[in-house]
Design a protein around this ligand. Structure first.
Ligand SMILES: Cc1cc2nc3c(=O)[nH]c(=O)nc-3n(C[C@H](O)[C@H](O)[C@H](O)COP(=O)(O)OP(=O)(O)OC[C@H]3O[C@@H](n4cnc5c(N)ncnc54)[C@H](O)[C@@H]3O)c2cc1C
Length: 317
């Protein structure tokens, strides 16, 4: 592999990734960049494409699982892209702005819509990419348009319809999100604050918290609710508390896999494959991962990440 480090003074070689992802596992990125502006990011991407080096965009790291060992490629982090501006009932934010910061800003201005993101960690870029959401709705509900570098490296604005937000997915694979513009509506600041607090309390009671975890590991099967949701299937299969090395199925919410002690990324992979196999044997449903598995190379890993046909292009939020 050609060396990117020669062309960029800001390139870090073999940067450990565990401190940058909420699961707190995984090895190092062969090359690591944290560009300060869109132009710098575009330059890194162009070099990766020219040299045939795989690249990975890192937002808040709350929905990715890097592999153990060295991830061959360039990880490009967005945490320095922090600009944002409010204008009437719209906000325009660069990819690295934390979602929680935008939610606080919206509530204090009495702007409604972003409550759909209550309690979701990470950045606006990561949220738009995966159409993150809660039972209150999804970020795609308030997305007006998004500025991307498309797979050909062109800097373009895409409207919401082109992004096609659906259940934990969009059509943005291969794109890099630089900025997003959200369209909110007028509301009452106090009422919004109450709604956010109530939902945070609901999450506090129903979901695990703390370091060393990701969000829901598996997507819900199509049309699933209640007893057929991914977490309920895992629970009904008797897998709460199931350990694998240093990873364990949460006792509080079975769709959360959490780190216990000295976990490796491969512990999460093995545990997830076990959960997938048991649920399929028991209920005939193959769960697909919501978490992005970087550098997944084994046959089992690609099956983990594969979306069953029935879930493709399903419009839900
Ligand atoms: C405790 C906890 C609770 C959670 N609860 C929820 C929840 O309720 N609902 C929910 O939907 N999710 C939830 N999640 C998962 C996660 O927070 C969301 O998916 C979040 O939107 C990911 O954002 P991020 O910035 O951390 O993205 P990352 O984890 O850094 O990246 C996720 C994916 O998006 C891509 N990406 C990130 N930024 C960009 C960009 N600028 N351009 C292109 N691609 C990009 C990455 O390459 C990767 O494929 C939870 C996670 C945790 C740890």
């Amino acid at each position: 592999m050609a060396s990117l480090a020669d062309g960029f003074e800001n390139c870090v070689v073999e940067r450990p990734l565990a401190p940058l992802v909420t699961a707190r596992v995984g090895g190092a990125a062969r090359y690591f960049f944290a560009p300060e502006c869109a132009d710098e990011l575009r330059g890194v991407l162009e070099s990766c494409r020219r040299e045939g080096i795989p690249w990975f965009i890192l937002g808040g790291g709350s929905n990715v699982l890097p592999p153990d060992g060295v991830l061959e490629g360039a990880v490009i982090a967005t945490h320095r892209l922090q600009g944002f501006a409010w204008s009437g009932d719209r906000v325009r934010a660069e990819a690295g702005v934390p979602l929680a910061k935008l939610l606080r800003g919206a509530v204090s201005r009495g702007l409604a819509g972003l409550e759909v993101a209550t309690g979701i960690p990470g950045t606006i870029g990561g949220a738009v990419f995966g159409n993150a959401g809660t039972r209150l709705g999804a970020i795609g509900d308030v997305l007006a348009r998004v500025r991307v570098l498309d797979p050909e490296g062109r800097d373009r604005w895409l409207d919401r319809d082109s992004v096609a937000p659906r259940y934990r997915a969009t059509s943005l694979a291969g794109h890099v999100i630089l900025e997003a513009e959200l369209q909110l509506t007028c509301g009452d600041s106090e009422a919004l604050k109450r709604r956010v607090d109530e939902y945070l309390e609901y999450r506090r009671v129903t979901q695990p918290a703390g370091a060393g975890m990701l969000g829901c590991f598996f997507k819900n099967p199509e049309g699933a609710s209640g007893a057929s949701a991914a977490g309920a299937l895992i629970d009904r299969a008797g897998l709460k508390g199931e350990p694998c090395g240093g990873a364990v199925v949460s006792n509080r919410h079975a769709n959360f896999l959490v780190k216990r002690g000295d976990a490796r990324a491969s512990d999460f992979h093995r545990l997830a494959r076990h959960v997938q196999r048991v649920v399929e044997e028991r209920f005939g449903v193959r769960l697909a991962t919501e978490v992005h598995l970087w550098g997944a190379t084994s046959e089992g890993d690609s099956q983990l990440a594969a979306t069953p046909d029935f879930m493709r292009d399903t419009a839900r939020s």
